[in-house]
Design a protein around this ligand. Structure first.
Ligand SMILES: Cc1cc2nc3c(=O)[nH]c(=O)nc-3n(C[C@H](O)[C@H](O)[C@H](O)COP(=O)(O)OP(=O)(O)OC[C@H]3O[C@@H](n4cnc5c(N)ncnc54)[C@H](O)[C@@H]3O)c2cc1C
Ligand SMILES: *[C@@H]1O[C@H](CO)[C@@H](O)[C@H](O)[C@H]1NC(C)=O
Ligand SMILES: *[C@@H]1O[C@H](CO)[C@@H](O)[C@H](O)[C@H]1NC(C)=O
Ligand SMILES: *[C@@H]1O[C@H](CO)[C@@H](O)[C@H](O)[C@H]1NC(C)=O
Ligand SMILES: *[C@@H]1O[C@H](CO)[C@@H](O)[C@H](O)[C@H]1NC(C)=O
Ligand SMILES: *[C@@H]1O[C@H](CO)[C@@H](O)[C@H](O)[C@H]1NC(C)=O
Ligand SMILES: *[C@@H]1O[C@H](CO)[C@@H](O)[C@H](O)[C@H]1NC(C)=O
Length: 426
């Protein structure tokens, strides 16, 4: 039955004259971090793969800025990795050199209520719990210990105990207050793993990054190893994905051979599972998949490299709400930081910048708000107001951080979602 269907569709395609067929063990949709790693590991295990990416490079949220006329670069998207064997084995198999990520550097931590008076200060007001560095160290140790003893299941992703512990359903600031961890609620700012919190706050193993500050290099090497047009396909437009007992069929348009169909035993979906996007690739969603994925919402997040901000090169600026004990500003729109987290770009006149919003905002509007915010900051702090700031790098990372309401999680959302693993060859 399946076979005759296949023969029929082959014959139809053959008549059309311009449609090629590819057969692989596994087809992977999305060449970000997870899809690329999955494809590479499967190949290491001897399986054949087709990794399908719609962009013109692998790497997803990685954004590497190549400094013109130099052989140097810096990262302004993904910067850090955990120094764990799954990462270090991958990097060494790819031939990518790794260093401990520089921490702090020479940047000057500066705070301003950017949605308020925008006045800068380099001193944390003594009323803020993280003004006391002894208390910060104590709280970091306590957080790492608490995480390792009670919450380490978070390391495995969304595999929560049943029932889901009420603690992890608390808003961040309430969780931190409950455990007396307020001194790090601002700097850790969300449910970090113990390795991330320890690495960020300098008490655990160092986080790692690429020795040449070129995280894109990881993906360029992976592309080379997978073979472009062989194991990995760029600039792909996927039209249909159908799944049946015989396996998976993906119909797509590629720059390599026009219309192509990949026939595989199994499917890995490594794009954010937003229903509209899954429909856009023509996935044959079941009612249950549609119901589960349809409940997620996400945020908008942008990273940028700016030239000529009028702010000192060595500034690491955080937006802060001095009226809240945790200091974390409320979205909608905040400029998160100028200067890489704890680092400067190392290039005079260039700074990296992060901007987030929980409202739907276009690239144009986000850029306009960033420029207006910088102008307000300059005016409030006696800086040169005549500068013309330019964007030399800019990426929209929507959809960022898919999430569902707390009550939906409490009712076992992730357990239901995890049950889909392996179903329908997916
Ligand atoms: C600015 C920024 C900085 C970050 N920094 C860090 C950090 O320092 N350390 C860290 O651990 N994490 C960091 N993160 C989080 C980390 O980037 C993500 O957890 C990780 O990238 C998720 O990888 P992914 O492969 O699941 O998804 P993604 O990276 O989103 O990859 C999805 C891929 O699928 C492709 N795609 C989408 N739709 C289609 C389609 N229809 N057809 C084909 N391909 C498609 C996309 O182009 C993309 O390449 C950062 C995130 C952002 C946004
Ligand atoms: C993908 O598209 C970009 C332009 O967006 C182009 O420069 C690149 O050559 C294309 N790659 C392939 C393999 O076609
Ligand atoms: C990573 O951790 C290992 C020990 O687990 C250590 O030997 C190595 O130096 C670390 N690498 C970096 C770059 O910090
Ligand atoms: C800083 O915190 C430590 C540890 O919590 C505490 O013992 C000390 O009194 C605090 N110092 C000030 C000035 O509040
Ligand atoms: C550029 O830098 C890389 C590593 O950072 C090095 O391997 C390479 O040889 C350099 N190329 C030139 C032309 O200097
Ligand atoms: C196949 O399709 C591609 C793009 O759709 C086109 O560039 C190419 O010329 C076509 N080849 C043939 C043999 O028709
Ligand atoms: C965001 O707004 C744009 C432009 O109005 C629209 O095309 C897009 O679908 C919106 N996205 C979401 C997730 O609502």
């Amino acid at each position: 039955m399946v076979l005759s269907f296949l023969l029929l569709s082959c014959a139809t395609a053959a008549l059309a004259g311009n449609h090629s067929y590819i057969s692989r063990d596994v087809v992977v949709i999305g060449g970000g971090s997870s899809g690329t790693h999955a494809a590479f590991r499967l190949r290491q295990e001897g399986l054949s793969v087709a990794l399908l990416e719609r962009g013109n490079r692998l790497g997803g949220h990685v954004n590497t800025f190549r400094v013109p006329n130099t052989n140097t670069s810096f990262d302004f998207g993904v910067i850090f990795y955990h120094n764990i064997s799954v990462a270090s084995n991958y990097f060494s198999a790819l031939g990518v050199d790794i260093i401990a990520a520089p921490s702090g550097g020479t940047s000057v931590s500066t705070y301003a209520d950017i949605n308020g008076d925008a006045k800068a200060t380099t001193l944390v007001p003594p009323s803020m719990p993280w003004a006391n560095s002894t208390a910060v160290t104590t709280a970091t140790e306590k957080y790492v210990n608490l995480y390792n003893t009670q919450f380490s299941f978070l390391d495995d992703g969304f595999n929560f105990p049943d029932p889901v512990p009420e603690d992890i359903l608390l808003p961040w600031a309430d969780f931190m207050a409950k455990y007396g961890l307020d001194p790090i609620s601002f700097s850790a700012y969300k449910y970090f793993s113990s390795l991330t919190a320890g690495g960020f706050l300098g008490i655990g193993p160092a986080l790692i990054t690429t020795a040449d500050f070129n995280n894109q290099g990881i993906y360029d090497k992976a592309l080379e190893k997978l073979g472009e047009g062989e194991g990995a396909f760029l600039n792909v437009t996927i039209n249909h994905i159908t799944r049946d007992e015989g396996g998976v069929s993906v119909t797509m348009k590629t720059p390599y051979g026009g219309e192509q169909t990949v026939r595989a035993k199994q499917l890995i979906i490594a794009i954010p599972p937003v229903v509209a996007d899954l429909r856009a690739v023509g996935l044959d969603l079941s009612a249950e998949e549609e119901h589960l994925f349809g409940q997620a919402s996400f945020r908008w997040y942008f990273d940028a490299v700016i030239r000529n901000s009028g702010l000192p090169d060595d500034i690491a600026l955080s937006n802060i709400d001095f009226t809240k004990p945790d200091g974390i500003p409320i979205a909608p729109q905040i400029v998160l930081a100028v200067g890489q987290v704890g680092l400067t770009t190392g290039v005079p006149g260039l700074q990296s910048l992060y901007y987030s919003s929980d409202r739907n905002i276009s690239n144009t509007d986000a850029q306009a708000d960033i420029l207006a915010t910088l102008a307000r900051y300059r005016a409030a702090n006696g800086l040169d107001t005549s500068v013309k700031t330019e964007f030399v790098g800019f990426h929209n990372h929507e959809p960022f951080e898919l999430t569902v309401p707390v009550d939906v999680i409490r009712k076992g959302y992730y357990k239901e979602r995890n049950k889909l693993q392996g179903c329908r060859n997916t």
